[in-house]
Design a protein around this ligand. Structure first.
Ligand code: SF4
Length: 258
């Protein structure tokens, strides 16, 4: 069992609901959903994306334990600014659904307060949330890291299928999705890899927008600090033209692209 598998196992022992392992909190605007948002980053991730910007979020044991009540106290504190700006609460990670019970409990309480909720996830563990729990999530920021199964495996170390199954389920439940795809030259930018995502999304309902995010080297120092082998040291970020071409492939399927 490797380190990422251990995270998957350890995730089953925590987040039964009342408390979870939190990496950090942040207040941001126009990044993780509409308006000003409080983003809660949970610790622990069973993926190992080669371009991960936050390898410091990978281990659940490195986070700090917080109760749902503690999280909600912060949400209450920022509620006014969230309401004024049309913002809300975003739960991100790591992979937040490693602690699905914790996520579900927070989302339920946020909805009871009338706060807009978003979940930033890879979708790998989407089956850990019930349909009822998904109804407490207004927006899913779904990171689809590649469209071809073999490329997805190379990029993340995990299987693509659970993410596709989750997206189909969200579509069936008429949930709103913003899909994110990171364009990495030489890794994710093959036309058939991009087209596989675009074709898949074109068959769904609820995909409000697709965001094509150009790879950059800003996470590199964190890999070095974590003592992890960084494989993308020689990769140059894609230029605007290359990003534009990929965006066009999504637009050509009738998708709205940002
Ligand atoms: S899912 Fe997110 S946190 Fe996990 S390895 Fe990938 S980019 Fe990093």
């Amino acid at each position: 069992m490797d380190a990422a598998d251990k995270e998957l196992e350890s995730g089953l022992g925590i987040g039964g609901g009342e408390e979870g392992s939190v990496h950090s909190w942040d207040l941001s605007t126009s990044v993780d959903g509409p308006g000003s948002r409080m983003t809660l980053f949970l610790a622990g991730c069973p993926l190992r994306c080669q371009y991960c910007q936050n390898p410091d979020t990978w281990k659940m044991k490195d986070g700090k334990r917080h109760t749902v009540d503690e999280v909600m106290e912060r949400v209450e504190r920022y509620r006014q600014v969230m309401e004024t700006t049309g913002g809300g609460l975003t739960i991100s990670g790591g992979e937040p659904l490693l602690q699905a019970g914790f996520v579900a409990a927070i989302m339920r309480r946020a909805k009871e307060l009338g706060v807009h909720t978003a979940l930033d996830t890879s979708g790998l563990l989407g089956n850990r949330l019930s349909d009822d729990e998904l109804k407490d999530i207004d927006l899913v920021l779904l990171d689809i890291k590649s469209g071809l199964p073999e490329t997805y495996l190379r990029v993340t170390g995990r299987e693509l299928q659970p993410t596709l199954d989750f997206a189909r389920r969200l579509s069936g439940l008429k949930r709103t999705m913003w899909v994110r795809f990171v364009l990495v030259p030489g890794l994710t930018d093959a036309e058939d890899n991009v087209d596989a995502i675009a074709d898949f999304l074109a068959g769904l309902t609820g995909v409000e927008r697709v965001e094509v995010l150009p790879f950059h080297q800003m996470g590199r120092a964190k890999w070095e600090a974590a003592g992890e082998a960084y494989l993308l040291g020689d990769v140059t970020p894609p230029d605007e033209e290359a990003v534009g071409r990929v965006r066009e492939r999504f637009r050509a399927r009738g998708l709205t692209v940002r």
